[in-house]
Every structure is written in structure tokens, then in C-alpha cells.
Ligand binder design. Structure first.
Ligand code: SF4
Ligand SMILES: [Zn+2]
Ligand SMILES: [Zn+2]
Length: 327
């Protein structure tokens, strides 16, 4: 058995890069220091904020909610709320929703659940079915990602958020980085910065990622040590996503060459700073306002409205407007 490098109690975690081992108490201190350092380094929050935490009900987002509620006790002018987007994925979302509500109640946090059904009239399951019938070339995760990002911004703003915090950890970030390189999506790589926005648009809520430098195994351990670990349920659409293959490969590399993930993160930060200097070429112009729904958009019509149009799940008035714009 390995003992803690600081107090000789049994270790629950070994940092493979520094070689240091930590018992429960010292792991939680190490975790707290690391997250606070990340928040400070990237200037994520000011002294007065309404921080809305985007929670999926999975272990990372429950950990972020738990951590931020604890941290907010030391910052009197912070308000924390939680937001869950219910895409409408049968056999998955109903379970994570239960965990979300339970943890919010335990922490005494105000929360909101916003569903695809309520805002778009269709669940993700229904959208996927319509997309297949119409033979549209999109995978379930494409609809899910676009509609979820759209709602997160819109609903967080409606809740009065000054900043929206998401639970992306270091593993998520480097996986998305690799996926975007494979897909030649340089504009999406800029979005992988630890802080995005406030973009030059009054309706865009600033986004931050407090777990940016935290490994997935660290957020997992944090959730276990705080009894947050939810039931394991996997999204039925996950197998269509290239992420799982990339995840396995990066994990294999990290196993053989410890430090690979941090190294990829450093490369990403370097690339982002270069891309920022060429923003106009990468993002192609200023942030606009969608001519259909009025939300911030990279183009005349936002991706969510375009999907709604292609799926045929848009009202007649908006459909006419979009056809006018596309003429
Ligand atoms: S795996 Fe895809 S469809 Fe499922 S929740 Fe994630 S992004 Fe959405
Ligand atoms: Zn210890
Ligand atoms: Zn729109």
C-alpha cells in the first residue's frame, strides 16, 4: 500500500507526473488549490457574479456544482444557480435528471431545467427520427451539441447569469481539440479557450471552464469522495461519436507517456493565442444576430434555426423569413 507523501495515511491518489501520493484530506486540498489556481490564472470570475453552472447530471458537472457552492461560501457576493438542459433522450436523461435534482436539493441551490421539447417542440429522440426520415447528413450529437449550446446561452441569460460555468475537464478539452483538428474546425478550436466571451454581442453570456487543468480521474475521485458519483448511464447515441475512440487513444498515450494530456493542453493554448491574432480569417467576420431568432450567431442565420428549418420543425412565419434570407 502506498502512503500519503504528506502525512503517511493510506493514499487515495498518486500524481504520476510529480510522483506525489495523497490521502483523502490532502487530495481534496490539492484539488482545491489546483482549481483555485486555474480560476485565478485565467481570471474567470469577478468579486460580484451570478454564476450559472451548466449541469448534465454526470460526475464532472455535479462535482463542479458541489465545488463552486463550497467556494462561494468564501465569496459573499457570488450567487450560484444550476441549469440542466433536458434534450429528451429516453433511457438516459431521466436518470441523470434525478441525480441533478437530488444534489441541487442537498446543496440548497436554485435550479432550472430547460428542455428541447419546451423550446423547440421536439425531444432529441424525435429530432433524430425526423432527421433520419429526411435523410439529413447529421449525427445525433450534432443536433444535440448545437441545440444544447443554444439553450445554455439563452436560458442562462434569462436566469440573469453574469457568467456560465461548464464542467469540461482537461481530458474533454484535449479530446475536443483533436476532434476539431481531424475535422479542420479551427473556429471551434478558439472556443476551447478557458474563458470565452463576452463576445461582442449583448446576448452572449461569458463562459468559463474552472476544471480546465483538472484531469478526468481527479474530477472522478472528487465526486467519489464527496458521495456525488451518479448511477452510470451512457447516452445511447454516444457510440456514433468519434470522441470515444479519441479518448481511448489519448488515454493509451498518457499511460505510456505520462504528461501527454498536459502537453496537448499547452499546444492548444499556444494555437489559440496564434488563432486569436487571425480571428477574422478563422471566424469569418463579426459575431452577428440571427435574423430569425435574434440570438448571437456566426452567420446571418444561426445553426439552431438552420437545423430547425432543415428538419421542418419551424413555424411558418420563421420558415418564410429564412427562405427570404436565403434567396
Ligand atoms: S453523446 Fe451525443 S447525443 Fe448523447 S448527450 Fe452527448 S452529445 Fe448529446
Ligand atoms: Zn495526507
Ligand atoms: Zn437563430
Amino acid at each position: 500500500m502506498v502512503n500519503c507523501s504528506l502525512c503517511e495515511k493510506p493514499a487515495v491518489y498518486i500524481n504520476r507526473i510529480s510522483g506525489k501520493a495523497y490521502c483523502k484530506k490532502h487530495f481534496l486540498e490539492y484539488f482545491d488549490k489546483k482549481v483555485r489556481r486555474t480560476i485565478r490564472k485565467y481570471k474567470m470570475f469577478g468579486p460580484k457574479e451570478h454564476i450559472v453552472i451548466a449541469v448534465s447530471g454526470g460526475k464532472d458537472s455535479l462535482s463542479l456544482l458541489h465545488y463552486m457552492v463550497k467556494l462561494s461560501k468564501r465569496v459573499p457576493r457570488w450567487k450560484i444557480s444550476a441549469l440542466l438542459i433536458d434534450e429528451g433522450i429516453k433511457g438516459y436523461r431521466e436518470y441523470t435528471k434525478e441525480d441533478f435534482i437530488r444534489v441541487c436539493k442537498e446543496l440548497g441551490v436554485e435550479y432550472k431545467i430547460a428542455s428541447f421539447k419546451e423550446y423547440f417542440g421536439y425531444t432529441l429522440d424525435e429530432i433524430v427520427m425526423v432527421g433520419r426520415e429526411k435523410k439529413l447528413p447529421y449525427q445525433p450529437c450534432s443536433y444535440c451539441g448545437v441545440f444544447r449550446r443554444y439553450l445554455l446561452n439563452k436560458v442562462a441569460r434569462e436566469m440573469g447569469a453574469t457568467v456560465l460555468a461548464t464542467a469540461h475537464n482537461l481530458d474533454d478539452i484535449v479530446q475536443t481539440f483533436m476532434m476539431n483538428i481531424i475535422n479542420n474546425n479551427w473556429d471551434k478550436i478558439i472556443r476551447l479557450a478557458p474563458v470565452t466571451g463576452p463576445l461582442d454581442h449583448p446576448k452572449f453570456v461569458k463562459r468559463v471552464k474552472p476544471f480546465y487543468e483538472i484531469l478526468e480521474k481527479e474530477t472522478t475521485l472528487y465526486s467519489l469522495l464527496n458521495n456525488l458519483y451518479p448511477k452510470f448511464v451512457e447516452c445511447p447515441y454516444a457510440r456514433f461519436n468519434i470522441r470515444w475512440m479519441i479518448r481511448r487513444q489519448i488515454n493509451e498515450l498518457e499511460e505510456k507517456y505520462p504528461g501527454t494530456k498536459y502537453s496537448l493542453l499547452r499546444s492548444l493554448l499556444r494555437i489559440i493565442s496564434i488563432l486569436e491574432k487571425h480571428k477574422d480569417e478563422v471566424i469569418q467576420g463579426e459575431i452577428k444576430t440571427c435574423k430569425i431568432c435574434g440570438e448571437p450567431s456566426a452567420h446571418e442565420v444561426c445553426r439552431a434555426c438552420l437545423y430547425r428549418y432543415e428538419l421542418g420543425i419551424m413555424n411558418d412565419e420563421d420558415r418564410k423569413k429564412i427562405e427570404e434570407v436565403m434567396k
